[in-house]
Design a protein. Sequence first.
Length: 434
Amino acid sequence: MSLLKEKLKEKISIERPRTEKLNKEFGNVKVDEVTIGQIIGGMRDIKSLVTDISYLDPFEGIRFRGLTIPEVLEKLPKVPGAEMPFVEGFFYFLLTGDIPTETEVEDVHQEFNSRKTVPDYVFKIIRSMPIDSHPMTMFATAIMSMQKDSIFAKKYHENLKKGDYWDAYFEDAMNLLAKLPEIAAFIYRLKYRNGEIIPGDPNLDFGGNFAHMMGIAKPYDDIARLYFLLHSDHESGNVSAHTGHLVASALSDMYYAISAMLNGLAGPLHGLANEEVLRWLHGVMDSMGGKIPTEEEMKAFVYKTLETGVIPGFGHAVLRKTDPRYTAQREFCLKHLPEDPLFKYVDLLYKVVPNILLEKGKAKNPWPNVDAQSGVIQWYYGVKEYEFYTVLFGVGRALGVCSNIIWARALGYPLERPKSLTTKMLEDIAFGKK
């Protein structure tokens, strides 16, 4: 071990107990209007961000522009012959708060269609990367590579007026969002389908064209639309959304901000959760020999699992009911894949886990979250490469983050710059010295 690393290890062994003591024994001590526990605990629940795009209600789930998920799915214009709304109409709704007409949906579709051509250099960059690169690395790199085309970056250096920043961010958002389905599908086909690329179809909507380029038949187009909608936004405080806001608050353009957003989303504590749930589900199936267990057998398995671990996909930091995003996907499964073995496992867990968690006092919210269901659907329709799921998440999340960033610039929100304190300062406050 190097001298530097050895010294660092020694320092860590000294500093870690200080933080642990503050958090455990003095977590409720106030520093201004927040507590030491909130300061150390990742700023959880500190109300210091603003967004009108979405709000996470503990008992109703996400409200997009004031509407619950069932209301959004009911009110937004649907693709002809499909069950799910246009992604284009949903983006219009996120930006304006208004339910679009069919004409307004078609206008967004045409805007995306006119901007969707991905520069050839982007594909060359992706192809030049090692084929075993993580798809999120490819995705973020592809977006970053297009930064040279940022309209905001160009106009800013031409003395763009502050009141017009939003306009340039809007143009960058439209240019970027229009290209995401093709970039994502290209990465998938390159990595997992022997590089057999499927050209886009300009007549198809955002979700339908993505499914087409993925090479997956109906009703996967509806799954794409639903998936992008459900994952679009989750207030401002989650890692991916907040990272995008934070980077853009420095007036970094949309390409920098969305690439940074994806880097945050790629973490196992954030966007990789659905991958981990599906991996765990396959392990459960293997341990049960692939058979569909009875409710009693599943209960026994859950009790045993909780002796040493957790049931992934259950619980939520804010929600106090079943995640409506889970419910929306469950309803799709009940209609389109009710006999799928993996779904039957998920359905059984839904029936037995909450009551057991309540009984054992294991979670404030014992209900399933969005990640308990989403990977199962992707697997059923042939997208069996776990690591690609976060790319799908990223396409959807970009819709909400772009909307938030445009509005942040429109309303002139400043550079984000929270104040830090030293551990010694916190100890002085905790021990009553200040």
